[in-house]
Design a protein around this ligand. Sequence first.
Ligand code: ARG
Length: 463
Amino acid sequence: MAHLWSGRFAGDPDAELFAWGSSFRFDRRLFEDDVRGSRAWAAGLASAGVLSAADAASIERGLKEILDQGFSDPDFVNGAHGDEDVHAFVERELVARIGDAGRRLHTGRSRNEQVAVDLRLYLKRRIPVVQRAIAAVVRSLVDLAGKAGDALMPAYTHLRRAQPVMVAHFLLSHGAALRRDVDRLDAVLREIDELPLGSGAIAGTSYAIDVEGLARALGFSRIARNSMDVSGDRDFVSSFLHAASLGMVHLSRIAEDFILFTSEEFAFFELSDAVATGSSLMPQKKNPDPLELVRGKSGRVIGHLAGWLATMKGLPAGYNKDLQEDKEALFDAEDTWLGCLAASAAVIAGLRPNAATTTKAASGLLLATDVADYLVAKGLPFRDAHEVVGSMVRRLLSEGRGFDDLTLPQWQEHSPLFDDDVRNVITPLRSIEKKHTPQSTAPKAVAAALVETRAWLDRLELE
Ligand code: ARG
């Protein structure tokens, strides 16, 4: 078969090596983006007077037909012709349909900028899909918060009981991280919002293409700054991979929390049977496999980011074939992320909070900070209050008791500032009710945060 560059060569390329270096088996994903970019380019060439109106019309008709066939016939974009890449595929199909006019399409254009525009167009349509999938996980957290109602649980630092919080507050903490992932993808969308076409292979194009008009036609708001930069720039791929990596880190941490909290040791939540698996040997097991897979797959996406940065770091200016490695990393990161988002949403949707267990775990010595605050309210400096309560904790631990077992005289052995009211105020509920700030676990603050998060979700789902 003839290649896009056959003229320069006396012989054919080695078939195996050519197949090995070809990207069509994965860059066919860019099919609709490639056709879209080519339709705009043909229109740009026609306005510049480079293509006759008749040629431009037949290119437009041919590309439209190719696109329709690509959508209607799943076998069409299948690589049976041994095309080097998606750009070669579309051009070959075009020439097969319309002959010579198709051979004029590539005038003034290079695959180096074509792949850059295709990838940008691809991400522009795929990022909103990922953002909606992230929102679905936030929605599942908010719904679970609704099921948890007023239930309390311990919040942990160093994986040791720290202070009581509302279960809803814990769930919204993961929602907050996921919302940053949506914002981070907005930043990637802003980064890719520039037209690379007009850059040629590296030096620009000699034809009077109206790049501003082309940018508008393809939905870009600005033109790339420098044609040499365009040729070798895949920063936006690393930005997406970073967003994906951090997104996966967040999902992995959610998975880790629910793996712990659904274990027999915690039993804070119960996994639905539909998302758990059993053991072939131990009849009692109910394993959280989907959560473990989410945690495990985060390593793979982080690997794509690290691998891609390593691929870029030694490249001389301009296009180098190494850059073709961007696509498998990008596509696999996207697929893995989307799969893990769907799995996470499904697992969270099936969780049942065990309010009795979480609330019981939220009382006891983790009220120590509230006891110190009680003394502060009576005028004791915080540092002294901390000392007093620290020694109370030491005593209670050695006696195997809690704050609520102490009689008033026993309280007062530690400080004369303790009054009869102490036994009513040192409770988990009072602890959360005393919290003041909007980002705290105060029931009012959590209720407001739930309302705000639901409004955010509604806005995002409308877009
Ligand atoms: N398949 C190539 C890639 O993904 C397209 C660009 C080819 N450019 C070139 N000069 N060979 O990078």
